[in-house]
Design a protein around this ligand. Structure first.
Ligand code: NAD
Ligand code: GLY
Length: 360
């Protein structure tokens, strides 16, 4: 059943609305017309097209649309595939007054945003996220990118959407593992400052995370929190870096695994535990808060995978993270739950010691 639909404004008067709730799709129909005065490209994931296309696409009935059904998989978020999509857009009759609508998870969101950022020097993009991760994180904030063989998200831009429509009823078909990937980012937001989300997640039993009201609160709290951070530091000159909590260690684990056998969510969850322990070992995070934060990650079994790499190897990979600066490793640390600090160099020996035995 549809509940109340809420709106979060990101980047103020010149920014955009994120519409959150079961039933938010109805707003897509009402609003999309405003952003496209010519033909609209709908970039939609194949899985989502098959599961939900019949519900989503008619919402755009008032727009003159052409659909590009995208195969699933990170490998399609590529510069090569973007070239094919640009050719398709031209052939489909898109012009300078067109718009792009991206319907799917973070892969489709990043890809469709990238197309919109570059085609004819920039078209408006509307995101219709359909995974929990895309709703709580990737659809908000304007980071768009594709991968090249040298690395993930290397070629990209900041291109804020014109509208985001996050209808949580679409999550009913999402596999368990994808729910956990999104939940990890919501837990991250809770630990770095979204107090109401922290309280809600601490009250929630693991078996309750798929309940519509829990999903709705998770998405709304995350969007409000991330939207506020993006509003303060749109282009990540400073404090937006707090959103990378768990990601410095997490990226090293993903890259060491060659992105196989460990999900992004698991890697970030392990990374958050490591960065909590580092914060504690440096005397910044009191033991009680460190335990409370670790317990939240463990309660939802977010970090449930074995790490088979030795800590020196992980640290070596952390050196290559594109978020490092000044030649030193700077994971996001916590001075308390809700009190992240960034840009603090940490000695490699401290990193190694904190990770030793942590995930055994
Ligand atoms: P994804 O887009 O690959 O989606 C995961 C799977 O779920 C896919 O197979 C998809 O088809 C399926 N799916 C999507 N919606 C569904 C639904 N409602 N029901 C059933 N299945 C559904 O993965 P993701 O985790 O959503 O996104 C990961 C991507 O997001 C990565 O490329 C990452 O780099 C990017 N990302 C970007 C940002 C940003 O700020 N731009 C932030 C975080 C992650
Ligand atoms: N996902 C981190 C950011 O958007 O900055």
């Amino acid at each position: 059943m549809d509940g109340p639909v809420r709106r979060v404004r990101v980047l103020g008067a010149s920014g955009y609305d994120v519409v959150v709730g079961a039933g938010a799709l109805a707003e897509l129909g009402r609003e999309a017309r405003r952003f496209s005065r010519e033909r609209t490209a709908v970039i939609i994931s194949k899985t989502v097209h098959d599961l939900h296309g019949a519900r989503i696409l008619p919402q755009l009935g008032e727009c003159d649309t052409r659909a590009f059904v995208m195969p699933d998989g990170e490998e399609y978020k590529s510069l090569d595939f973007a070239r094919d999509a640009f050719e398709w857009m031209l052939g489909a009759g898109l012009g300078r007054k067109s718009a792009v609508v991206g319907v799917g998870g973070g892969v489709v969101g990043d890809f469709s945003g990238f197309l919109a950022a570059l085609f004819m020097r920039g078209l408006p993009v509307i995101h219709v996220p359909t995974t929990l991760l895309a709703m709580v994180d990737s659809s908000v904030g304007g980071k768009v990118a594709v991968n090249i063989s040298a690395g993930k998200n290397i070629v990209g831009a900041f291109h804020q959407p014109s509208l985001v429509v996050a209808d949580v009823s679409l999550l009913a078909t999402l596999p368990e593992e994808e729910i956990r990937n999104g939940l990890t980012e919501a837990v991250k937001h809770a630990l770095i400052g979204e107090k109401s989300l922290l309280e809600m997640l601490e009250r929630t039993a693991p078996g309750e995370v798929r309940k519509p009201d829990v999903l709705d609160a998770m998405v709304y709290g995350s969007v409000r929190f991330k939207g506020d951070v993006v509003g303060r530091d749109e282009h990540e000159h400073g404090m937006r870096a707090i959103l990378n909590f768990g990601h410095t260690v997490g990226h090293a684990l993903e890259s060491l695994s060659a992105y196989r056998g460990i999900s992004h969510g698991q890697a970030v969850a392990l990374g958050m535990k490591a960065e909590l322990k580092i914060s504690h070992n440096l005397g910044m995070l009191p033991a009680g808060e460190c335990r409370e934060a670790m317990d939240l990650v463990d309660k939802f079994a977010l970090a449930g995978t074995r790490v088979r790499f030795d800590t020196a190897e992980i640290v070596r990979h952390m050196r290559f993270d594109k978020k490092n600066s000044g030649g030193s490793i700077r994971p996001v640390l916590l001075e308390g739950i809700g009190k992240p600090v960034y840009d603090i160099p940490v000695e490699e020996a401290v990193l190694e010691e904190a990770m030793t035995g942590l995930w055994a």
